[in-house]
Design a protein around this ligand. Structure first.
Ligand SMILES: CCCCCCCCCCC/C=C/C(=O)SCCNC(=O)CCNC(=O)[C@H](O)C(C)(C)COP(=O)(O)OP(=O)(O)OC[C@H]1O[C@@H](n2cnc3c(N)ncnc32)[C@H](O)[C@@H]1OP(=O)(O)O
Length: 282
């Protein structure tokens, strides 16, 4: 069954919808161009947009609001021109409170489902590094434009985390089964050129302005197309994955909690955090 379908009857409402901008201290800010109907959603959590419970809650809220306002497309990007998103906030996993840890994983599932299942077209403008959960955000979008000289990939296994089945599936869909298996297991991080070669991203750009032009070009390809046919086709392709995730979500949360509470994982995390700091001090 289709979960959400673009409703052309609601278009007239959209045409009256004007520019929306969130407050300057918001974790996620949104601007809608009233001429094109395209929203630019900017992740705004300094320094590296790591996915805390609060940031993920804002992402889900933003996508839900955009879904209700009938925009014609969305570009997801970062305030920083160095890091698109550094993945899950590692601090959420250090000696965590169990209820909050469960909420974090549940919200990551929600973030994936809402971004992956938008009726409108989505482009990730990857203007910085995108490890793990950062790569996940990009994979949820339909199209990926990446700036040169950054890294992207699902490096969870390098951190001692297993990649959940729904995230593996999104990777499989993007780069194919064989490559997804190899690179999820290895936890490969790709530089921009290699990410393009393997199909993890669709286009490269020298800088942000060019990346935005390429992102808008993708959105413009749907200008003359029936929004109904477009979104119905997308959702018919994606809804089964979302339903599958929802069916197994409780077990998925418990696997994550077990993984994180394991003492080897906690020890590894301390070493990993220290290695991040040492790298910085070099
Ligand atoms: C079968 C089912 C099993 C269930 C189990 C499931 C588990 C699967 C999990 C799958 C989902 C996703 C998981 C994740 O996302 S884990 C997080 C992975 N992220 C990383 O490894 C990124 C680490 N960071 C970096 O590599 C670099 O910081 C980066 C390249 C992103 C940027 O480098 P840069 O030099 O610009 O910045 P700094 O390294 O100096 O960082 C600035 C400060 O930010 C802190 N930082 C960085 N990343 C994170 C993070 N992810 N969380 C929290 N904090 C982060 C860093 O320590 C610096 O802090 P200080 O200024 O205080 O030193």
């Amino acid at each position: 069954m289709l979960r959400k379908i673009f409703n052309p009857a609601r278009l007239s409402r959209f045409q009256r919808t004007m520019v929306t901008v969130s407050s300057s201290d918001a974790l996620v800010s949104t601007e809608v161009d009233d001429k094109t109907g395209y929203a630019t959603v900017t992740l705004n959590r300094a320094p590296v947009n790591s996915l805390s419970l609060e940031l993920m809650t804002e992402i889900v809220k933003t996508v839900d609001e955009l879904e209700r306002s009938n925009i014609r497309g969305m570009v997801l990007t970062s305030f920083s021109n160095k890091v698109f998103c550094a993945g899950l906030d590692i601090m959420e996993m250090v000696n965590p409170d169990l209820d909050r840890l469960r909420a974090v994983w549940t919200r990551l599932q929600d973030t994936w489902a809402s971004l992956y299942g938008t009726s409108f077209p989505t482009v990730a403008l990857i203007n910085g590094h995108a490890p793990a959960g950062g790569c996940l955000l990009a994979l949820c979008c339909e199209y990926r434009v990446m700036c040169n000289n950054f890294n992207i990939g699902l490096n969870e296994t390098q951190l001692g985390l297993a990649v959940p089945p729904w995230l593996q599936g999104t990777m499989r869909q993007t780069i194919g089964t064989r490559e997804a298996e190899i690179h999820c297991i290895k936890g490969t991080m790709f530089n921009s050129q290699d990410a393009l070669k393997i199909g993890l991203v669709d286009e490269l750009a020298a800088e942000n302005g060019e990346a935005m032009q390429r992102a808008l070009h993708y959105l413009n390809t749907f200008k003359q197309m029936s929004p109904y046919a477009r979104s119905a086709t997308k959702l018919l392709m994606r809804n089964k994955d979302i339903e599958d995730m929802k069916r197994g979500r409780k077990e998925d949360v418990e696997r994550f909690v077990e993984n994180v509470m394991n003492s080897d994982f906690q020890n590894g995390l301390t070493v990993y955090l220290q290695s991040l700091k040492n790298r910085k001090n070099k």
